[in-house]
Ligand binder design. Sequence first.
Ligand code: ZN
Length: 355
Amino acid sequence: MGTALFRPSWARAAAFRPKRKVVVVTFGGGARDQETFMPEGQENIPHLMRELIPQATFFTQVVNHGILGHYVATASLATGVYETFNNFAAVSPQSPTVFEYFRKDLNRPSSDAWVVAPSNGFNRIGESSHRSYGMGLGARVILPKRLLTAATSGGSHDYQHLLRDNYETPYFTPDVAGGEFELQQLERILKLSVDDFRTHAETLSSPDELSVYIARQLMRQVAPSLLWITLHDIDVAHAGAYSLYIEGIRRTDRLCGELWKAIQTEPEYAGNTTLFILPDFGRDSDDDAGGNGFQHHRTGDALSRTTWLLVAGAGVRENAVFDRAVDSTDLVPTLGAMMGFNPSLAQGKPISEVL
Ligand SMILES: [Zn+2]
C-alpha cells in the first residue's frame, strides 16, 4: 500500500486504467433471429446464451437500412455510413473507416488496427478512398484464405474446403492488390511459421476456424487495440441446405465463445477489452413470396434487415436487454465514444447504453 501511495499520480493512473481495447466480430454472413436468439433458435447458440449473454448488454433490434451484400454491408458497419458501391467491385469504402478515425485521431501505428476478413473481396475494407483519410492510415488486413493459397501452392494436400472464397458468386475472382498481409510476414509478425500454419490448417474444418486461428495468433503476438474479425461460414446457406446453415451458426457460436475466452485469458486483453458481436444483416423471411426463405437475402424485407447486437466486457453492464431500435451505422460512433476518437463523417449515433 505504501509503495502505491508514493508512486507518482500518472503511474497510478496508468496502473489502474489499462489501455482500452475493442474486438468486433461480425456473426457470419446473414443470420436470422429465428435461428439465433429467438426462443426457437437458442439451441443453436449455446455459447452465446450461456457464456456471453449473461455478461452482456444485448440489443434485440439492430436495423440495417443499406444494401444487403456482405462486403458493402460490412464496409458500412465499419464506416458508419451506408456505402453504396457495387458489392462485387474491387473498391475501397468511400467514407473513412473506423480504423482511419482511430489511427488518425489517436495517433496510433498501423500495428494497432487489424482486420481478419473472410474473402479476397474484402481486401480493401481496411482503408477508404476518402481524401482526408485513406493512404496509409487504415487497418492492416489479413485474408487467411489468400495466405493459405500462397502457403500451399504446388502442395498436394486438398484445402478446398477452406478456400472457397464466397458463397454467392463462385466465379467472382476479385483483383487482390495492395494493403493486405503477405505470407512472408507470417513468421515475422505473427511468429507463426508457414509450415506450422499449413500443418494447423489441415486440422481445421472451416474458413472461419482458420480466421479465428489467425486472430488468436494476432492477439497473442501483436495485441492490437482495435481488432475486427468478419466471420462468414453461415453464408453457405446460399447453397440451399438448411442443415449446413444451422451448422454454420453453431460453429460461429462456438468460435465466438473461443474468442471470448481468449479475451479473458490473453494478458494484453483481460480486463480491458470490450467485445461487440453482431450479424451484418439477416436473411429472407419464410413468408415472403419474393424469396426462398433462409437461403438468400434478396427481398430486403424487415426480417433480412433486422438483427441484434451483443456487447460484453470492460465497462459494459451485465445481463441487460434493450428493445429499442439501434441502427447499423451506430456502431462506429459508439466505438469512437468508447475509445476516444471522433468519427466525424459517420451517420449514426453513439449507443449510450454501453458507454
Ligand atoms: Zn450471402
